[in-house]
Design a protein around this ligand. Sequence first.
Ligand SMILES: [Zn+2]
Ligand SMILES: [Zn+2]
Length: 214
Amino acid sequence: MKLTEKAEEILESMWIAIEEEGRGFVDLDSVEVTADDPAVRELTGHAFVELKGERIHFRPEGRAEGEKTIRRHRLAERLMMDVLNIRGDNAEIKACQFEHLLNEGVDVKVCTMLNHPTTCPHGKRIPPGECCEEAASRGDLGVVPLTELKSGEEGEIAYILTEDNKKMQKLMAMGVLPGNQIVLMQAFPSYIFRVGYSEFAIDTAMAREIFVRR
Ligand SMILES: [Zn+2]
Ligand SMILES: [Zn+2]
């Protein structure tokens, strides 16, 4: 079932207050709603929360849903900042809009692409999903910078993360494109890799900008 954005935001605020800040209860004022707000009725209708006077309480299903919502929000932040390179207030607003799209398996794809991050860009914990637990049990490290590969190790290029267009063009001219196989030949004193039949040497800063799926 899909909740409205307002209802999801109430669950998020409640989850942060109760689970992270250790507050025993949340009142309607602190989540900036009134008892007759349609979003509150939506949440009580799904039996996610219970109202007792001015206080709003989680039911177990609501707590679980709140955790998933926080997870999507923080994954959206990581995606905005790490991959799309959107910063500042703009990132926060976009993350709030974007998180609602990370439903129905999209969050798993984003989480895997980001290598199952454990914290958001503000250092807050991202509640792990099933994908994170499965990856950990497989010893799967997902997407890592080229600098994390060992000499002789091969991977598939996932994406390139650079703000510098010239660098991007240089890498693309080397065949460093998403989907291509890359083998790290040497890591010291410079990074030497092979793509196709060609070998190239780059410095550490550039090697950190190439993300590879192991
Ligand atoms: Zn954050
Ligand atoms: Zn994950």
